[in-house]
Design a binder for this molecule. Structure first.
Ligand code: ZN
Length: 296
């Protein structure tokens, strides 16, 4: 019995697809939320700059050790600000995907402001990588009622910030469609580890063992049911020593279990599209936005 109604046939008979995805936000949110005093917030900046300076070289080394290429969602401002981190990721075959310009939340901006942030982010990525990004994750999951049609018109192939299924599905708007690679809050490291009063987060800090217990339970279930496991990690949060070691143990656990397809999110989206094209799988379709005006 599988609990998933419409599992996607994964390559080489794998039982599940796995993507360790990273949101490389660095200190963008400090400059977004408090532009006038950002330069005075030295401690918070030091914590967040740990991402591109310390965690990225470490994570690149880990991924190289296990021959993995994964996806990094990066705000355009961070692409420009931390070129060495981006070069390292590119040299090691990782995917750079879009994550806003300065980590703006689309759903609190005007439609024009949303498009401007999207286009500025694309420009920064094109300049650094030579290619347009294929994938997008809305900063703070704040996908708006305009996000999809803007992504379609900018030529994106997939999106990964909605929570609507366990396997890829299609999100369709008036001007076209994208592959959605859904995630879930339970699979975000922020909820396990983020405790920093100045940023307004006072969550109890989980031990890496406890955090991995949750991620592993989701993986085991995806493996049993033919699902997809996409975790959202922040380098400055999970690149810390003990947390990084716990991540390594989880990678090894998955590799020992076997029948796992490790892929970038671009590869998963391309596979889903190929299965649709050759008729081997038909995904569920969500037409967006769900409502065009207040429903009540
Ligand atoms: Zn982010």
């Amino acid at each position: 019995m599988t609990l998933i109604q419409n599992p996607c046939p994964w390559p080489n008979g794998a039982r599940c697809a796995v993507a360790y995805t990273f949101d490389l936000d660095a200190d963008s949110t400090i400059h977004l939320n408090t532009p006038d005093i950002a330069h005075t917030r030295v401690c918070a900046s030091s914590m967040m700059r740990y991402g591109p300076t310390i965690a990225i070289p470490r994570l690149v080394k880990v991924m190289r050790r296990y021959e993995l290429r994964q996806t990094f969602f990066v705000p355009g401002w961070c692409v420009e600000k931390y070129p060495r981190a981006i070069e390292l990721l590119l040299e090691n075959g990782h995917e750079i995907a879009h994550h806003g310009y300065l980590h703006e939340k689309p759903n609190i901006l005007s439609e024009d402001e949303q498009l401007e942030a999207l286009q500025r982010g694309v420009e920064a990525i094109v300049k650094a990588t030579g290619a347009r990004p294929l994938g997008y994750r809305a900063p703070s999951y704040a996908f708006s009622d305009h996000t999809l049609h803007q992504l379609v018109s900018e030529g994106f192939a997939y999106e990964s910030s909605l929570l609507g299924d366990d396997v890829p599905y299609v999100v369709r708007s008036g001007n076209g469609e994208l592959i959605e690679l859904p995630v879930d809050y339970s699979m975000d490291d922020w909820n396990q580890y983020m405790c920093f009063k100045e940023l307004g987060y006072m969550l109890p800090v989980a031990s890496p063992k406890r955090a991995m217990e949750l991620f592993r339970a989701e993986f085991d279930s995806a493996h049993r049911n033919g699902g997809m496991w996409i975790t959202v990690w922040h380098p400055f949060v999970s690149g810390r020593l003990a947390r990084c070691e716990a991540m390594i143990e989880l990678i090894e656990y998955m590799m020992e279990k076997g029948d796992v397809w490790f892929a970038t999110t671009a590869e998963i989206a391309a596979h889903a599209r190929a299965c649709m094209d050759d008729g081997s799988w038909t995904p569920r379709v969500d037409k967006l936005p769900y409502y065009d005006k207040p429903a009540a």
